[in-house]
Design a protein around this ligand. Structure first.
Ligand code: AOS
Ligand code: ZN
Ligand code: ZN
Ligand code: ZN
Length: 396
C-alpha cells in the first residue's frame, strides 16, 4: 500500500463509535431469544462489556442507555462506575413502546393522558442526561396505526408536533434531541415519523437543538441512504446514526455485513463534509453521533459488537483514502467512470495493515478479534454470570 498521510492516522485515532447497552444483554426476535452464555445480566455488566470493547478497539469510549431497561436508583453511582471502567455514558433512549398504555401510541396517542405520560418519561430521561453528562436524547417512536381509518393522520401529526415541542422546551443548552424515523414496524399501515423528510420537517420547526437520526435499517429496499446523509449534512440537520445491517427489514445485524459499499459511501459523504469549505456542513459532520443499534440473537454478543465497531473503522479508513481533489476534478470534467474509479480505488484498498499499524500506535491489539478470542474474557464471564435465560418471544 502506498504511503498513507499522517492525517489519516490522526483521523483514525479520533474516530468514535458508541455501542448500545441493549446489544450486550440477551435479545432476539419475536420468535425466540436464545440464551447466550456469559451475556450481561444488568446495566453494570453491560457497562463492563462496553468497556472491554473499548479496550480492544480503542474507538468505542461510550455506551448508549435505554430507560427503563437500564434503570438504576443512583445515576451518580452508575456514572462513576462507567468512568472507573474507562468509558462514558452516551445517548439516553427513552422507552415509549413497552407499556400497556401505549397500545395506540405514545406522543401521538388519541388520549391526552397517555401523551402526558410519554412526555413525563422523556422529561425524566432529560434529568438523567444531566447527571450522566449525556449530550444526546435519542428519540424513537413506535407510534403508528395498523389499519386505514384507525386514526386521523393529520391529528396525529399535530400531536407529535406538540409533544416534540414540549420536549424541546425542556432541553437544556448544549443538549440535543435526535429524532429517528422508520418506515414501518411495529405499526404496519402508517408510522408517525415515517421517513427522513418528516423527521427533518419536525426538527426544522423545532430549532437548532433538534436533528435527525438515521438508522440504516429503517429504509425501504434500494433507498439511497448516502444521498439522505448528504442532504441532511447540507441542511445542518444530521445528528447521528444507528448503524446496523439490513437486507430485508430492520434486521439489526452486524453493520457492514450485508452492504459494505453502502457503508463506505456513507462515510465518504461524512469525510467530504468534514473537510468542506461550507462551515455548516463541516460543523454538522464533526458533531455526528456514531452509534450502533444492533440486537444479536445467535451470535456471541461481544464478538458481534467488536466486529461491528471494526467494520465502521474499516469503512472510515477507506473513505479517508479517497483522493477527493481528483474526484472533484473528474466530476467537474464530467468524467463519469474516472470519478467512479476513484471511489472504487479507495474501496478496494486492503486497509488491514494500516489499521494494525494505527492500533499499535494507540496501544490496542493489532487484531482485536483474535485478542478477544484468545483472552479469557468470555470464559470468565460464563463462570461469573452463567447463562442468563433467554425468553421465548412467540406464544407457543
Ligand atoms: C427501533 O427500531 C429503533 O431502531 C430504536 O432505535 C431502537 O432499536 C430501540 O429504541 C432500542 O433502544
Ligand atoms: Zn408467518
Ligand atoms: Zn435505531
Ligand atoms: Zn430499528
Amino acid at each position: 500500500m502506498a504511503q498513507v498521510s499522517p492525517s489519516v492516522h490522526k483521523a483514525l485515532k479520533h474516530q468514535r463509535i458508541e455501542t448500545p447497552s441493549w446489544g450486550y444483554g440477551n435479545s432476539g426476535t419475536r420468535f425466540k431469544t436464545f440464551a447466550a452464555p456469559g451475556a450481561a445480566r444488568n446495566v453494570w455488566e453491560k457497562l463492563e462489556d462496553a468497556a472491554l470493547i473499548h479496550r480492544l478497539s480503542g474507538i468505542a469510549p461510550s455506551v448508549a442507555l435505554h430507560i427503563p431497561w437500564d434503570w438504576v436508583e443512583d445515576w451518580e453511582q452508575l456514572n462513576a462506575y462507567a468512568q472507573e471502567q474507562g468509558i462514558q455514558i452516551g445517548a439516553i433512549n427513552p422507552n415509549l413502546f413497552q407499556d400497556e398504555e401505549y397500545r395506540l401510541g405514545s406522543i401521538a396517542h388519541p388520549d391526552p393522558k397517555v401523551r402526558s405520560k410519554a412526555i413525563r418519561h422523556i422529561l425524566e430521561c432529560i434529568e438523567i442526561m444531566q447527571v450522566t453528562g449525556s449530550r444526546d436524547l435519542s428519540l424513537w417512536f413506535a407510534d403508528g396505526t395498523n389499519y386505514a381509518g384507525q386514526d386521523d393522520l393529520r391529528s396525529r401529526k399535530q400531536r407529535v408536533r406538540e409533544g416534540l415541542e414540549q420536549v424541546y422546551a425542556a432541553l437544556p443548552e448544549g443538549k440535543r434531541m435526535l429524532l429517528e424515523y422508520k418506515f414501518f414496524e411495529p405499526a404496519f399501515y402508517f408510522t408517525d415519523v415515517f421517513d427522513w423528510g418528516a423527521a427533518l420537517l419536525y426538527c426544522q420547526a423545532l430549532g437548532e437543538k433538534a436533528q435527525v437520526l438515521v438508522d440504516l435499517g429503517h429504509h425501504a429496499q434500494a433507498t439511497n441512504i448516502e444521498a439522505i446523509v448528504a442532504f441532511l449534512l447540507d441542511e445542518g440537520k444530521l445528528g447521528g446514526f444507528h448503524f446496523n445491517a439490513r437486507r430485508y427489514a430492520d434486521d439489526d445485524l452486524i453493520v457492514g455485513s450485508t452492504h459494505p459499499f453502502e457503508l463506505f459511501c456513507i462515510y465518504t459523504e461524512l469525510v467530504a463534509a468534514e473537510h468542506s469549505s461550507d462551515p455548516r456542513a463541516a460543523h454538522t459532520a464533526r458533531n455526528v453521533a456514531y452509534m450502533i443499534d444492533q440486537s444479536h440473537n445467535i451470535e456471541p454478543k461481544l464478538e458481534a459488537m467488536l466486529q461491528s465497531v471494526l467494520n465502521c473503522q474499516e469503512a472510515y479508513a477507506k473513505a479517508l483514502l479517497v483522493d477527493y481533489p481528483a474526484l472533484r476534478q473528474a466530476q467537474q470534467h464530467g468524467d463519469v467512470l474516472e470519478a467512479h474509479r476513484i471511489l472504487l480505488e479507495a474501496f478496494k484498498t486492503d486497509v488491514r495493515p494500516l489499521l494494525a499499524e494505527v492500533r499499535e500506535e494507540m496501544g490496542v491489539p493489532p487484531d482485536p478479534i483474535r485478542a478477544l478470542r484468545q483472552g479469557e474474557y468470555l470464559s470468565q464471564r460464563i463462570q461469573r454470570r452463567g447463562t442468563p435465560s433467554g425468553a421465548s418471544g412467540y406464544p407457543t
